[in-house]
Design a protein around this ligand. Structure first.
Ligand code: APR
Length: 308
């Protein structure tokens, strides 16, 4: 039997997620939004691409949660995106109301689902979803590290003029200005990038990565990134649905790992059918450890603002 995946928010990120997931063919998709007719229209449009693309997934759009019952995975993308000049953190008070309401409604109908949070500010919204759902931490995961890492890999590959597939890297920490691209672990064809690129070039790439979301917002002017974010979601869903045990950078609730307790932050995790099956520990330099702590502190500030 096909899995069932609910995507809440049928805007840019949500609708693109629904399209990418439907094309996988392994799950039926329910697309939810508060705007009447919009999720229904987009779902039907995606469904009608099935005969051409070649998938049999059912795709429905709705304004209620009845149709979401017994979902295996729920992706939360509802919320406002940033405008030029805004930081992700500026969205906290608006998006917290939306994410709280959506999580409550989702878990009532799908008490055993795995939640993937995409709404920003990412780490704080994941923390809110964990609290509101009452789920174990294995089943609430934030999508951010895959996106930040994809940006880092893209810029490294552009500079090195090699395939993106030859560049391996990790970006850890919060999804914001305090994220930590791990330059020492970045490799091209297995060779550390620090051996093939001068420090000033790497520093520029790191800076562009950290500001990668803002670069897109400044260009789009009316919204934020959605093609790469939705691709990140699908990589996580693939790992869960196919029980891949894949190690991916995701936002996870830490309980002492990496010296961080009681807060979401981006770390490598093993994703499989149960969600986060392990928080993978990699050796960080003292500076990286310090940066991760700073990142966790920044997330804590938002949690204080939300008073959760
Ligand atoms: N329930 C369901 N959907 C909602 C709700 C709600 N309570 N409130 C808002 N929405 C819907 C909006 O109607 C809109 O269709 O969420 C959708 C958001 O879509 P966009 O405005 O296109 O935003 P998008 O680019 O998809 O970003 C969504 O993901 O990357 C993050 O920062 C981004 O927080 C933002 C989120």
């Amino acid at each position: 039997m096909r899995k069932k995946i609910t995507v809440v928010g049928a805007g840019n990120v949500g609708a693109t997620c629904a399209q990418r997931l439907a094309e996988r063919g392994y799950a039926d998709i329910v697309l939810v939004d508060i705007i009447e007719g919009m999720p229904q229209g987009k779902a039907l449009d995606i469904l009608e691409s099935g005969p051409v693309v070649g998938f049999d997934s059912n795709v429905i759009g709705t304004n209620s949660y009845e149709e979401t019952a017994d979902s295996d995975i729920a992706v939360i993308t509802s919320g406002v995106p940033r405008k030029p000049g805004m930081s992700r953190d500026d969205l906290v008070l608006t998006n917290m109301k939306i994410v709280k309401e959506v999580t409550q409604k989702l878990v009532k109908k799908s008490p055993n689902c795995i939640i993937i949070v995409v709404s920003n500010p990412l780490d704080a919204m994941a923390q809110l979803a964990l609290k509101v759902s009452g789920f174990p931490r294995q089943r609430v995961i934030g999508m951010s590290g895959i996106l930040d890492t994809a940006r880092f890999r893209t810029f490294l590959a552009m500079e090195l003029k090699v395939s993106v597939e030859d560049v391996a890297a990790y970006v850890l920490g919060g999804h914001g200005d305090t994220m930590i691209p791990l330059t020492k672990m970045a490799t091209v064809g297995g060779v550390p990038v620090t051996e093939v690129l001068p420090k000033n070039k790497i520093d520029k790439i790191v800076e562009r990565t950290v500001k990668g979301g803002g670069e897109i917002v400044a260009l789009l002017k009316t919204g934020s990134a959605f093609y790469a974010p939705s691709a990140g979601v699908v990589q996580m869903v693939d790992a869960i649905v196919q029980d891949k045990k894949q190690i991916l950078p995701c936002a996870a609730y830490l309980d002492g790992e990496y010296g961080v307790k009681g807060v979401f932050v981006g770390v490598p995790v093993k994703l499989g059918k149960d969600g986060i099956e392990e928080i993978v520990k990699i050796k960080l330099t003292p500076e990286e450890k310090k940066a991760l702590k700073k990142s966790a502190d920044a997330v804590r500030e938002l949690i204080d603002i939300m008073k959760i």
